[in-house]
Design a protein around this ligand. Sequence first.
Ligand code: ARG
Length: 278
Amino acid sequence: MSVLPVTEPGAVRTALRRRYLMCRPEHFAVTYAINPWMDPAAGADAGKAVEQWEALRAAYLALGHEVSLIDPIEGLPDMVFAANGALVVGGRAYGARFAHPERYAEGPAYAKWLRQNGVSEVLDAEYTNEGEGDFLTLDHVILAGTGFRTEVAAHQEAQEFLGRPVVTLRLVDPRFYHLDTALFPLGGGNVAYYPGAFSPGSRAVLERLFPDAILAGEQDAAVLGLNAVCDGRNVVINAEAVGLTATLRRHGYEPVPVDMSELRKAGGGPKCCTLELR
Ligand code: ARG
């Protein structure tokens, strides 16, 4: 596995056009708690969530990306978190198999959409995995989280199906229950992450693979600042992550702040709402 080009502060970054799949949060609610962010007693406002989600979608369109939509299903309040629906790489989709019964039905719904929209090879996974929530794809490697949701056996299953090397990373802080709450790819073979979310061994792996990574502090992580989407240049990121936003700017990236405060009540941010179709 090669360690890819170094990121230098102030370097010129190039954006690549992306294809995203999103799901309008019409049925969004916090009615159960499957992560520490969720408080059913406090609830959430679907109308406000839709407004914030529309702004996210508009931000992608303004950046020149393509956004496809999957119909939301009543009774699946977390379906807005499209990232969890699958892992799509090289035109093949590794289907999600959710850890919690509240979300089981989302896996087949996303698989069906993918089959109907030109992805001919969709694998119904044997092992528990929550799609791009726990699988983040770089050019030469796929980083995979485990510890709370996705099983290590799923990492191996995905590697075999996709023919790409998958590196297991262990998550240890329940606030960062999916890999995409603690790390995001920057393009150019680099990543940004919050070290405190990972086991000591996984931290050492990240240091070895990404000696030039952008490291985020706890304050930025605690507002889900790592749940960001980078197209190689622009970084769509929670507006509250001010420290990380400034760091990204210093490194030549163009932050695009968004307000996802309502969706954060379910433990989600911009990346959770976004499945990339590669
Ligand atoms: N409430 C959802 C859950 O706990 C949030 C999922 C967020 N998605 C993500 N890709 N991190 O499953």
